[in-house]
Write a protein that binds this ligand. Structure first.
Ligand code: ADP
Length: 271
C-alpha cells in the first residue's frame, strides 16, 4: 500500500534572524498509511507541532522531503491538492471559526474552492451529521460550548472531504465532556476510513490510536502500537510524560485488546 504521508530524512530549523536559528526536527523518517489512527506524543517543546505542520505543507523541511500522496510539499503547484488531502484542526476553536452562523462557517472552505451550491448543501449536511451538530446549524457559533465549537471547526475541515485530518492538541482547551464529544467524532471518522493523526499530551487519548509515535528533542524515539509503547514505562517517565496516566494505560490497553493476556503483560514487565 502507498503511504498517504511519507517523511524522508526531514530536518527543520526555525530561522529567527541572520545570526540565530532554532533547530527542531532532526532526520525524521516515517510513513503514514491510509486508514491509520496515529497519535504523536512527547513533552512540551519536543517538536510535535512543528512536525504536524509538515503533514500538509504549512511548513516545509529545511532538508529532506515530505510526500503527500506522492506530491512533494515543496512543489508550489501541488499546494492546493495537498491542503485538500490533509486537513488540520488546531487547539483553539475560536481561532478557527470565521462566520456568524454554524452552517456558513462549515461552508466557508467550500465557497473558497468553488463547490457548486447543491453539492455544498449535501457536504454541509453530511459533515454536521458526523460531528452531531445538525441541530445547531442555524445558531451563532459564539453561543456554543468549547466542544461544540471544536466540532463545528471539524465539520468545516470534514466538508472539504480530506483523506486525512491532523488534530494538533485539538482537545486540550476542552473540558472532559467536550473532549469526549470530539473523541467520538474522531473515532467515527476513522471508522469511515479517514486517516487520523492526533498530537496530544494525554496518554488516554494516545491509547485510542492504533499507533503511537513518541517525539523527543525533534527525533522519533519510539513508534509502535499502544501495547508496545506503554511497555516502556521508564522511557515514558524519563520523557516527563504524564506518569499517573501512563500507569493506567496497561488497564486501558488491556481492556481494549482482549486477546492480550494479563500473563503476557506481567511477563513483559509491563506497568
Ligand atoms: P511541541 O508541539 O512539542 O510543544 P513545538 O514544535 O511547538 O513543540 O516547538 C519545538 C521547539 O521549536 C521549541 O523549542 C519552540 O520554542 C520552538 N519553536 C516553535 N515555534 C517556533 C517559531 N515560530 N519560531 C521559533 N521557534 C519556534
Amino acid at each position: 500500500m502507498e503511504p498517504i504521508i511519507a517523511l524522508e530524512d526531514v530536518s527543520f530549523t526555525y530561522k529567527i534572524n541572520e545570526d540565530s536559528s532554532v533547530p527542531v526536527l532532526k532526520n525524521v523518517s516515517f510513513s503514514i498509511y491510509p486508514g491509520e489512527y496515529v497519535a504523536i506524543i512527547g513533552h512540551n517543546g519536543s517538536g510535535k507541532s512543528t512536525l504536524s505542520k509538515h503533514f500538509n505543507g504549512l511548513l516545509t523541511p529545511s532538508s529532506g522531503d515530505v510526500w503527500v500522496q506522492g506530491h512533494n510539499t515543496k512543489d508550489e503547484s501541488k499546494k492546493l491538492d495537498i491542503r485538500k488531502t490533509v486537513g488540520m484542526v488546531f487547539q483553539h476553536p475560536d481561532n478557527q471559526i470565521v462566520a456568524t452562523i454554524v452552517e456558513e462557517d462549515v461552508a466557508f472552505g467550500l465557497e473558497n474552492i468553488g463547490v457548486p451550491r447543491a453539492e455544498m448543501k449535501h457536504r454541509i449536511d453530511e459533515a454536521l451529521e458526523v460531528v452531531k451538530m445538525s441541530e445547531f446549524r442555524k445558531r451563532p457559533p459564539h453561543h456554543l460550548s468549547g466542544g461544540q465549537k471544536q466540532r463545528v471547526a471539524i465539520a468545516g475541515v470534514l466538508a472539504m472531504q480530506p483523506d486525512c485530518i491532523v488534530f494538533d492538541e485539538s482537545t486540550s482547551m476542552l473540558d472532559t465532556f467536550g473532549r469526549n464529544e470530539v473523541l467520538q467524532a474522531i473515532r467515527k471518522m476513522n471508522k469511515m476510513g479517514m486517516t487520523i493523526i492526533t498530537v496530544t499530551h494525554r496518554m488516554s487519548e494516545a491509547a485510542e490510536a492504533g499507533r503511537i509515535i513518541v517525539v523527543e528533542d525533534g527525533k522519533i524515539v519510539m513508534d509502535g502500537n499502544p501495547r508496545e509503547i506503554f511497555k516502556h514505562k521508564q522511557v515514558l517517565m524519563d520523557l516527563q510524560l504524564d506518569v499517573p496516566a501512563v500507569s493506567q494505560m496497561a488497564d486501558i490497553v488491556h481492556s481494549q485488546i482482549p486477546m492480550f493476556s494479563k500473563e503476557l503483560i506481567q511477563e513483559d514487565e509491563l506497568i
